[in-house]
Design a protein around this ligand. Structure first.
Ligand SMILES: Cc1cc2nc3c(=O)[nH]c(=O)nc-3n(C[C@H](O)[C@H](O)[C@H](O)COP(=O)(O)O)c2cc1C
Length: 185
């Protein structure tokens, strides 16, 4: 609450899991329910279902007011990011990092350096097979460096470890943690 009214936040979730209905999807659903119950609005992009090319490093976005030269599925994501108050990166860990599908979208956020977004806070939702969640260190390192580069505040990271099969996260406390993160973005 702020002066007696609720401030509705626009949250963009970029999810990198290719597996529909998988553990990462379920974390995203829990996050979204928590966020919407708190009066926020959530726009989720499943990057694995989208046509997103790798950044060409051409510098076009620096010369042309943040416009990317590639006409694929990324420009609407950039539009949404420019209107967002908060960003959440969600991914299963693939080889100690986020999935390639999510990393493509992250690299394509390069235009946000020249024409800034109004994002203030970020969060992360991660799932991994290993029981020891130190396999997430690469992804967490990247998030913290993104925060430093863009001046974002890290609002929280939810990590669900030891997951292999689709839907295995059902009943786990990390779903509640994701909902709580959604509420406090
Ligand atoms: C290609 C591939 C690479 C993976 N690499 C790792 C890894 O390095 N560390 C780990 O703990 N789990 C790894 N996993 C397991 C997934 O992170 C884990 O099962 C996750 O919960 C899957 O999420 P999903 O249900 O959203 O697909 C990998 C899975 C796949 C398919």
């Amino acid at each position: 609450m702020n002066g007696g009214y609720t401030v509705r936040k626009n949250i963009v979730v970029l999810s990198g899991s290719p597996r529909k209905g998988g553990n990462t999807d379920m974390l995203c659903v829990a996050f979204t329910i928590g966020a919407e119950n708190a009066g926020n609005s959530v726009t989720l992009f499943r990057t694995a279902d989208m046509k997103i090319g790798g950044c060409l490093g051409c510098g076009h976005c620096f010369k042309e007011k943040g416009i990317c030269i590639q006409k694929d599925d990324m420009p609407p994501v950039l539009d949404a990011l420019r209107k967002a108050d908060a960003l959440v990166l969600a991914s299963p860990i693939y080889y100690w990092s986020v999935t390639a599908q999510l990393k493509l979208a992250i690299d394509r956020m390069y235009p946000l350096i020249s024409v800034k977004a109004m994002i203030k806070r970020v969060g992360m939702l991660l799932t991994c097979g290993n029981k020891n969640s130190d396999v997430n260190e690469g992804a967490v390192f990247m998030l913290n460096r993104l925060c430093r580069a863009y001046g974002w505040e890290n609002a929280g990271i939810v990590t669900a470890a030891g997951l292999h099969n689709i839907g295995e996260i059902a009943g786990r406390e990390e779903l509640e943690e994701a909902a709580m993160l959604g509420g406090k973005m």
